[in-house]
Write a protein that binds this ligand. Structure first.
Ligand code: CA
Length: 466
């Protein structure tokens, strides 16, 4: 490794709702992503990267601030980001980096909610549109022709081409895809036309032996998707399991088609780096703001602390420091990203950031006392669209303990329904798909006690007192 390396450029590509199990590096059973795999093959794949609150805006706020949602003020989709607070991009800009944000922002728009700390920003308002998107370039409204994923990549390449080549840069390219309603472009609209995509193992989950929260959630493939999602009305001659399978095929094919466009466009960025001789000096990351249910447990969407939603894909390539083709099971969380960037940029890390730089893991020097547990909290409650009850919990290497506390505590949903609080415990070694809540089994008494101690230790450590 070159010890006198220059400060790296950082390209942070984040898509929206792209689950790790729809990436071939992560052994996806349903998808091939050759260009995302180029990042993994040339660098490191994180197998245990987790989101601290599995929903769009809160994850973005955690990434930019390196602080948990009760600290940065964005606990729910309804909360807007106060851009006067400290962010990684402001620090990087102040210390000589050129900074840009292109794509989804989703943290409020206008006034103190506009992005700050970026030399250039051009954002989609709210969720943004797949076709002919409207954008706000440094606050000025513009209309673009074409498909959003291509446009965001065009703008990213254009910005890199025009940059000052004497200074390092940090570019954040935040794709809208593959967020609902999964509208593919022309080029990929007919992929998978004549094939059936495999249904997941837990597709017909009946939510027995789980919390009432799982049963109550309104994100079922067979009940809660709409004609807008399917693009056509379901055939009238189908019912029951056949109709559910038809709906899944409609959903998952469009989901994979919009990802195919992301994969192509990530390939364009990688080609550009090669052509410009930037590959060696650039750290490029591919991640998503959280995971997603791909028919797992019969669901779409995210929110729950269950594995498919909790896990973020995280692929990173930086040839000067990271061994090609490496993988790690060491824990990483979205709150760690900001500190990682600062560490590689040689910038002192502010004491009030709450994560840990991932640099030692990336460089295969993980210390013995590395984090082996993570704290999760989802604040939205039953008045939100998908009716997933608020919960917090802890995940360790083997177990997951979740507490559905039954109230809209501390969220902006001031008036909401209450439920009887309930606990779930999963033994991930014996039950990787989380189908069997063992919280009440006598053999797990001591495990529950230890996990509760760890949960409250983490809660106190991250200063989440409510
Ligand atoms: Ca999202």
């Amino acid at each position: 490794m070159d010890t006198k390396q220059k400060r790296p450029n950082i390209i942070f590509i984040m898509s929206d709702d792209h689950a790790a199990h729809a990436i071939s590096s992560y052994a996806s059973k349903i998808n091939k992503t050759p260009n995302l795999d180029r990042i993994a093959d040339g660098g490191m794949r994180f197998d245990n990267c987790f989101c601290t609150n599995s929903i769009c805006a809160p994850s973005r706020a955690a990434i930019l601030t390196g602080r948990y949602n009760h600290m940065n003020g964005v606990k729910t989709l309804g909360d807007k980001f106060d851009s006067r607070q400290q962010t990684v991009q402001k620090i990087m800009q102040d210390k000589g980096y050129q900074t840009a944000l292109i794509g989804k922002w989703h943290l409020g728009h206008g006034g103190i909610h506009n992005p700050t700390g970026f030399d250039y920003w051009n954002i989609l308002p709210g969720q943004g549109d797949y076709h002919e998107p409207k954008m706000f370039e440094m606050g000025e409204e513009k209309n673009y022709q074409g498909y959003v994923t291509d446009i965001l990549t065009d703008l990213s390449l254009e910005w890199m081409t025009k940059r000052n080549k004497d200074k390092p840069f940090m570019l954040m390219c935040h794709h809208k895809a593959p967020h609902r309603p999964w509208d593919p472009d022309e080029k990929h609209a007919h992929m998978y036309k004549d094939v059936d995509i495999l249904e997941p193992e837990t597709f017909n989950d009946d939510y027995s032996n789980r919390s009432a929260a799982a049963k109550e959630a309104a994100m079922r493939i067979d009940r809660d998707l709409t004609i807008r999602d399917f693009k056509d009305a379901p055939p009238e001659n189908l019912s029951g399991q056949e109709l559910k399978s038809w709906k899944y095929q409609r959903y998952i094919k469009d989901y994979l088609r919009v990802i195919a466009s992301i994969d192509d466009n990530v390939g364009r960025v990688l080609d550009y780096l090669d052509e410009e001789g930037l590959t060696e000096d650039t750290m490029i990351i591919y991640t998503s703001d959280q995971g997603f249910f791909l028919g797992d447990h019969g669901w779409f969407d995210k929110r729950f602390m269950y594995e498919e939603s909790l896990r973020m894909p995280f692929l990173v390539r930086y040839p000067r420091a990271i061994k090609p083709g490496s993988t790690t099971k060491d824990f990483a969380i979205n709150v760690d990203f900001a500190q990682t960037f600062l560490d590689y940029a040689g910038i002192a890390i502010p004491a009030d950031m709450q994560g840990t730089s991932l640099r030692p893991v990336m460089e295969a020097k993980t210390p013995d006392d590395w984090q082996t547990s993570m704290y999760y909290r989802y604040w939205e409650h039953l008045s939100s669209e998908h009716k997933v009850g608020a919960h917090y919990g802890v995940r360790t290497t083997r177990y997951k303990l979740i507490y559905y506390y039954g109230e809209a505590l501390g969220s902006s949903d001031a008036v909401d329904e209450s439920r009887t609080p309930e606990w779930e415990l999963f033994d991930l070694e014996k039950d990787p798909y989380e189908m069997n809540n063992v919280y009440h089994e006598s053999g797990y008494c001591e495990t529950v006690r230890m996990l509760k101690t760890e949960l409250y230790r983490l809660k106190t450590k991250v200063l989440d007192e409510e």
